[in-house]
Design a protein around this ligand. Sequence first.
Ligand SMILES: *Cc1c(COP(=O)(O)O)cnc(C)c1O
Length: 370
Amino acid sequence: MTRIHLSPPFVGDAERDALLAAFDDGWIAPVGPELDAFERAVCERLGCTSAVALASGSAALHLALLDVGVRPGDDVFVSTFTVAASANAVTYCGAEPVFIDSDTTSWNMNPELLGRALDAAAQAGRLPAALVVVDLYGQCADHDEIEALCRRYEVPIVEDAAEALGASYRGRPAGTLGDVGVFSFNGNKIITTSGGGMLVCDDPDVAERARYLATQARQPVVHYEHTDVGFNYRMSNLLAALGAAQFARLDEIIERKQTIRRGYEARLDGLEFMPTPEWSSPNHWLTCVLFDDRAQRDSVMRGLAEADIEARPLWKPMHLQPVFAHAPAHVDGTSEFLFERGLCLPSGAGLDEHDLDRICDLVVAHSGRG
Ligand SMILES: *Cc1c(COP(=O)(O)O)cnc(C)c1O
């Protein structure tokens, strides 16, 4: 039997044709019509003015933080329950992450903890230069609450929507809920360019600045003049062709992911799934469940691994990572609890009913629930 991966790329003839058409037309690199078309398509769907296709979600986060004014020595508040990339980008700027824990309603940043952390920072005269709020596993954070708190202290918001393309919050699309939004098209994300990312915003000047920094900060003269340190962060036109073809299928992929989540719910009655608050319309990137304790979770994970099926614990919180051990953290145990008990189930858009039966039989057998 073939291995079942957690979230493999879901691509087919449409993507292959688009990639080869760009190749055959000679638009190999660096920019080209596919890059423009991909950016325009994303802007249209999201209803924002500007998008910049980049080499990765990490690159997009880095540029987003620079764009909103993060400088060496600054503090940046970050969701602790996330992948390392969210916090790494802060250190790329020479700034320091300060971690904020999750709530139990969305598993994303807890607005109450954020409010207390902001009040304390204001009192200490050390407000963060920005906030990175993550939309985890394709579900938005409680952005109205978070925005209200940040507005009070004029802290700009970078929305790390790397996992949340196609999700929405009270009808507003993920990526447009902060000052600058970031997506990833890494191989395991809801759509992929094999590797890539995008920065979106509603301010053409901010986008222009990102585009400039992403292309070695070259001044508009022929002799390669530089007044800033830039980066080589732009997405290649070939990959943008792949991205545009994937993006055209986003609704189909979300539908498939939603069917997978429903399939798990029907088969795993009694397990606790990632909750969906009334304001949330997730893209169901990964289906995540909680077990009674770590031993039960690990037993299920082992049982699946023996059958060549990949499942992973939920993200290990950043404040528990050795690399960020020194960073201040406003935590109440929520993300630690989720990390101990949580499991991401295989959620590839290509899974069928037979796969779900197989996976769920193993989950039930190895959780001692059968
Ligand atoms: C994947 C991911 C990133 C990084 O994106 P890359 O394209 O892998 O660099 C950042 N934040 C979150 C929440 C992610 O899931």
